[in-house]
Design a binder for this molecule. Structure first.
Ligand code: F6P
Length: 362
């Protein structure tokens, strides 16, 4: 019996909803096309172990329940760049060749890497160095990858943040409060903009739009005095800076820093400047770890299937992208070099402004 050609697949970077749906789609489509699908564990970390950690993924393992499952059954990591890998003695080492050797040992025809901009940049560098046939699938709740309208995980994160605003509104109204919701998104305000509109926020603060605290306070006072409303909702993106330009971060145990805490900065100032009682919800990782909503299941399924099409066609160094209701493929290089922030003159910004939503600038 001739040996089946093998396709490796891995999830890399922060998890999000829809990763398992991508795996499921690739396994079903790949198996039907005659390939064996090898799931590499914990992103590139699984290839640093000898022997490499992996599992053969079969359609039997990939039933509907897998599609509904949050997280990634393969595991992932958002640290440990193999080109500058932190060693236990505190030094850094280039371990890229070990990963390339791991891929060669698994005799993979191609590798499908599901990742955000950082992961895809690393995977591409590995592919160039090791002559690996790579296909990228965009995933990130931040939706900040270039060349694609949407990445796996974004829609679910928006849904979660919108639901949070829906839940904050009645309690805000009951207690005459300003409720501030801090959402993720790294340096792009897509989650805040989308959920802010969908969840009826009065004020949306995103890193792309500079704000003035006086304008924010004026808006809240006008809600009370001119509209006669006793509450307000504010949706703020985690990378918004203080008015003096300082970035607010949290240092986690182990010394890693992440954005977080800007909501409290606004709460303190809004309370002082408006007299409104103010509370903050920092939404955090609940935006990532839940069951994907249907939109993400569909995007994930379409990407998984298309990745197999590209392997069949021998078309590599490409990232799949969502464009105008179609899945297309674009050069990975182009996608990672164009960080996608909110277009401040884009349709959704105009929609929000026309609805009277304040961005703190006018
Ligand atoms: O990039 C995805 C993301 O969830 C960002 O929105 C957030 O800033 C970051 O990852 C959080 O990282 P970690 O999971 O390491 O806390």
């Amino acid at each position: 019996m001739t040996k089946k050609k093998r396709i490796g697949i891995l999830t890399s970077g922060g998890d999000c909803a829809g990763l398992n749906a991508v795996l499921r789609a690739a396994v079903h489509a790949g198996t039907l096309a005659g390939y064996e699908i090898v799931g590499i564990e914990d992103g590139t970390a699984g290839l640093l172990d000898d022997p490499a950690r992996y599992q053969v993924l079969t359609p039997k393992m990939m039933d509907t329940t897998i599609m509904r499952l949050g997280g990634t059954i393969l595991g992932t990591t958002n640290k440990g760049n193999p080109f500058n890998f932190p060693m236990p003695d505190g030094s850094f080492k280039d371990r890229s060749q070990e990963i390339i050797d791991g891929i060669k040992a698994l005799e993979l025809e191609a590798v499908i890497g599901i990742g955000g901009d950082g992961s895809l940049a690393i995977l591409r560098q590995l592919a160039q160095q090791g002559g690996i046939n790579l296909i990228g699938i965009p995933k990130t709740i931040d939706n900040d990858l270039g060349m694609t309208e949407i990445s796996v995980g974004f829609e679910t994160a928006v849904w979660t943040a919108t639901e949070a605003l829906d839940r904050l509104q009645p309690t805000a109204a009951s207690h005459d409060r300003v409720m501030i919701l801090e959402v993720m998104g790294r340096d792009a305000g897509h989650i805040a903009l989308h959920s802010g509109i969908a969840g009826g926020a009065d004020i949306i603060l995103i890193p792309e739009v500079p704000y003035d605290m006086d304008i924010i306070a004026k808006k809240i006072i006008s809600i009370r005095e001119e509209q006669g409303r006793n509450f307000a909702l504010v949706c703020v993106s985690e990378a918004v800076k203080t008015q003096s330009g300082e970035l607010i971060e949290v240092e986690h145990a182990g010394g890693e820093k992440r954005y977080g805490g800007i909501g409290h900065y606004f709460a303190e100032r809004i309370a002082k400047m408006t007299g409104f009682e103010t509370r903050v919800t920092v939404l955090g990782h609940v935006q990532r770890g839940c069951s994907p909503i249907p939109a993400d299941r569909l995007i994930a399924s379409a990407f998984g299937v298309k990745a197999i099409d590209l392997v069949k066609a021998g078309k590599y160094d490409r990232m799949l992208a969502w464009s105008d209701r179609e899945v297309i493929d674009v050069p990975i290089e182009k996608a990672i070099e164009s960080y996608q922030q909110v277009a401040t003159d884009g349709m959704l910004m105009k929609t929000a402004r026309a609805l009277g939503i304040c961005f703190g600038d006018v």
